[in-house]
Ligand binder design. Structure first.
Ligand SMILES: Cc1cc2nc3c(=O)[nH]c(=O)nc-3n(C[C@H](O)[C@H](O)[C@H](O)COP(=O)(O)O)c2cc1C
Length: 261
């Protein structure tokens, strides 16, 4: 492609990052990465021009774009900038997240070229979509990138008005509520601090890694999945219930990526 390829994503447990990178690799050009996951990545609003392609990726939270990512993306500026929208969901459904992502971005000067809903291991449990994205998912993402490059070449430098249609409904689903629940830390914690380094909301105290501010916690499970000794878990009965339901309903089905191009 003639454009500069830019990745822009929020990805606490890294499944979204893997998909967005695989799509970029399929496009076949060098790319730059703007990771919105940690607070430092959200300090300055990004802006793009007509020579850019932006691949925007978010996980699905309660059928929606995570509020933290939506708030940031609302201030990102494009100038008839080509964009690809990616939502990664934990094998339940992506509901309205892709439509919401498209609507935010196209409202800010971006033109959707393509969009995709992919599947990632569920943040809450390793028993739903375990190990995804897997090789098959990454191959689909790579091929998708190749098709995006071909579409951009065919469109040329002057993009037409946005016409991309994705799946989703308005009014959007309710999304997730602030639950004032935070992970617990077991005695196996070695106080290495990796959890605090990876918390998207700086909810984990750097003085005491067992001290997590439930008012800041978004239950993204980054700390749980990154802990080398598996010291963190969510014990709360509400989350245990949701997780048991997810395993029962979505634990043994395999959803496949959906592409809109
Ligand atoms: C708070 C929260 C809400 C979620 N809601 C949904 C959902 O509505 N549907 C779904 O299929 N997966 C849902 N998931 C699972 C994530 O979308 C999925 O695991 C995704 O791969 C995580 O992306 P990441 O690895 O980039 O953080 C949710 C996860 C969290 C933490």
């Amino acid at each position: 492609v003639d454009r500069k390829v830019n990745l822009l994503y929020f990805s606490p447990t890294e499944t979204t990052a893997k998909i967005v990178k695989a799509v970029a690799q399929g496009i076949g050009a060098d790319f730059s990465v703007h990771d919105l996951t940690l607070p430092a990545g959200r300090e300055k609003a990004a802006a793009y021009g007509q020579n850019d392609l932006v691949i925007v990726g978010v996980p699905v939270y309660g059928g929606r774009v995570p509020a933290l990512a939506a708030d940031y993306l609302a201030n990102v500026k494009g100038d008839k900038t080509a964009a690809v929208f990616i939502a990664v969901y934990g094998n339940r459904h992506f509901d309205d997240a892709l439509l919401e992502l498209q609507t935010i971005m196209e409202g800010n000067g971006f033109t959707g070229i393509a969009a995709g809903a992919f599947i990632g291991e569920h943040s809450y449990t390793r028993k739903v979509a375990a190990g995804r994205p897997d090789e098959s998912d990454l191959a689909i993402a790579g091929d998708f990138g190749t098709r995006i490059a071909a579409k951009l070449t065919a469109l040329g430098s002057d993009l037409p008005a946005p016409t991309l249609a994705v799946e989703g409904k308005t009014p959007y689903k309710d999304g997730v509520k602030q639950m004032f629940i935070a992970p617990a830390t077991s005695v196996v914690c070695t106080e290495c601090g990796i959890c605090a380094d990876h918390c998207p909301t700086a909810a984990i105290s750097f003085d005491n890694f067992k001290d997590i501010d439930a008012a800041k916690c978004i239950l993204c499970c980054a700390c749980i999945k990154i802990c080398p000794v598996r010291a963190k878990s969510i014990k709360h009965p509400i989350i245990a219930d949701i997780t048991a339901n997810l395993i029962a309903k979505c634990g043994s089905v395999r959803n496949e990526p959906r592409l809109f191009i």
